[in-house]
Design a protein around this ligand. Sequence first.
Ligand SMILES: NC(=O)c1ccc[n+]([C@@H]2O[C@H](COP(=O)([O-])OP(=O)(O)OC[C@H]3O[C@@H](n4cnc5c(N)ncnc54)[C@H](OP(=O)(O)O)[C@@H]3O)[C@@H](O)[C@H]2O)c1
Length: 274
Amino acid sequence: MDQYVVFGNPIGHSKSPLIHRLFAEQTGEYLEYATLLAPLDAFSDCAWGFFKQGSGANVTVPFKEEAYRLCDSLTPRAQRAGAVNTLSKLEDGTLQGDNTDGAGLVRDLTVNAGVELAGKRILILGAGGAVRGVLEPLLAHQPQSVVVANRTVEKAEQLAHEFDELGPVVASGFAWLHEPVDLIINATSASLAGELPPIADSLVEAGRTACYDMMYAKAPTPFCQWAANLGAAKVLDGLGMLAEQAAEAFFIWRGVRPDTAPVLAELRRQLARG
Ligand SMILES: NC(=O)c1ccc[n+]([C@@H]2O[C@H](COP(=O)([O-])OP(=O)(O)OC[C@H]3O[C@@H](n4cnc5c(N)ncnc54)[C@H](OP(=O)(O)O)[C@@H]3O)[C@@H](O)[C@H]2O)c1
């Protein structure tokens, strides 16, 4: 049976085995998918060991950049992102790296949540690996503007500089922003610490601004609570992005696109149970 894993450290919490088991059941694909805890200093050895037999792997924190360096070849979007979350063993035995995070976010926003991106003003909070992965697919939808705001402004400036040939993207600090926007994406890990990036309430126009936190949790994240209190038109968390990036990986490996709706509903039920 074809073997797949998700590499990470820690990895015990990963929902990827459940997601891919449900995708496999739904599509009639015959595969095994497990977690693989890679030592922090030995990801490459662990990956090469797995790929003696394995067919494909997902990669999560903190190995996405190392996976990028490990691959024999990269898709254009992985090349642009500088990070890899999906590894595939090709027929000639070489490893190809892809990045499905951006496609997952954009599909969750546009298809699942019905959020329009073309001609809109988008604010992204954060300038880490996740933002690097989502800028290209967001800009491909031709928004009016994308502002990348980060605590460490130099990192936002670096990203804006790297991506500005693809569309209207500029950098900012949090304190400089006051005008309402159409969409705010929280791609900081502030929610992990129960914190909210220090941004002005005036960025949300009640009934118009959609707010998306890439994080998800049993209870609404601080960012989602903030957005709901201000009357945001839509308040969304990153569970859909998780399901969609996995579906994109499944499609790369198996050539079949699973229906994410029932899988997302099951993830939501399990998250609520805690
Ligand atoms: N749903 C999904 O499928 C999915 C996929 C990918 C990522 N994510 C989530 O997206 C988030 C970002 O991931 P990443 O890989 O980009 O992480 P990362 O590379 O570690 O970047 C973290 C970012 O958060 C900022 N930050 C951290 N603590 C902060 C605070 N207290 N206040 C303001 N900013 C803060 C950092 O700012 P500095 O640069 O100033 O340190 C940086 O911009 C994580 O929560 C991750 O779980 C979700």
